[in-house]
Design a protein around this ligand. Sequence first.
Ligand code: AMP
Ligand code: ZN
Length: 303
Amino acid sequence: MDAQPSLLDELLRHGLLFDTGVDGLYGRAGIFEEVISGIETMVVRIGHVDRPEVIRFPPGMNRAHFEASGYLKSFPHLAGTVHCFCGDEAAHGSLLADLEKGRDWTGGQKASDIVITPAACYPLYPIVAKRGPLAAGGGLFDLSSYCFRHEPSTDPTRMQLFRMREYVRVGSPEQVVDFRSEWMERGKTLIDKLRLPYVVDVANDPFFGRGGKIIANSQRELGLKFELLIPVSSQANPTACLSFNYHQDHFGKLWGITQADGDVAHTGCVGFGLERLAIALFRHHGFDTTQWPAGVRAELGLT
Ligand code: AMP
Ligand code: ZN
C-alpha cells in the first residue's frame, strides 16, 4: 500500500506552496496569499477598535538591539544572522576558488549590523524606550514581520521564514493582563468564525539547554504563555497558531521603558502565525478554496 502523502506533499502538489530545496523555505501561491490577506483583514477588523499604532519593520533588526535583547541566552539555536563579504580583491579570488572547488566559501563572511528578526515585537521595544515615559494609557502597537527561526522541518507548519502578526501592549501590569485576556477571547471568536477546531492551553517557549528547562517550567507555572492550538499536521500534537504572551517587566527593565508615573512598564503580545492559520484552513476545509464553506469564504473576503 502507498504511504499517505504528507501535508507538505499535498500543499506542493496543489500548487499552494513551492519547493525551494530547503526545508521550511517555500514560495507561496497567489491564493495562499489571498487567504493570508483575508486572515489579516479579520484580525484588523477585531483589533482596530483599540486604535493601535501601526508600525511595519523589514524582516531584519539592529544586531546591537538583538544582542541586548537576551535572545542569544534563551534561543541561540533559532537565531539567524546576516553575514556579508567585506574583503579585497585577493579575498574575492579565494572566495571564487573555494566556490569553484566546492569548498566552504563562507569562512570569510563577516557579520553585518543586521540579524533576521526572530519575532515581530523584538525591534519595537528599543524604539518605545527611546520615546521616554509612556502616556497614562500606555501603548498599543500593530506589528507584522517576516521572522526567521532556524528549525528546518518537513512539517509545513514549522517554517524557517514565516509571517507573524502581533499586537503589543505596553503599560501597567493591569493594562497588559487585561489586553491578554481580551485577546484570548477575541482569538477564539476569530477561529470559531473560520470553523476550525482548537484548544487553548498553557505553553512555554523552547528555551535552550538544561537551564532552559527550568525557565520553561517557571514560565508555565506562572501562566506567562498561552497558545491557541489547532490540529494541523497531527491530531495528537496540535499546532500553536496564536500565542498570548505576558513578559511581565522583562522588556521594560531591559530597555528602560517607564510608565507615566515612572514605574517600569510591563509588556505583553498576541502573535498570529499567518502561514500556520492558512495551512490549518487548507487542512480542514480542503485544498480548493472554492469548495470552502460559504461563511468561511465570506469572512476571508474570498471572491
Ligand atoms: P512565538 O513567538 O513562538 O509564540 O510565535 C508566535 C506565533 O508564530 C506562533 O503562535 C505561531 O503561530 C507562529 N510560529 C512560530 N514558529 C513558527 C514556525 N517555525 N513556522 C511558522 N509559524 C511559526
Ligand atoms: Zn511578541
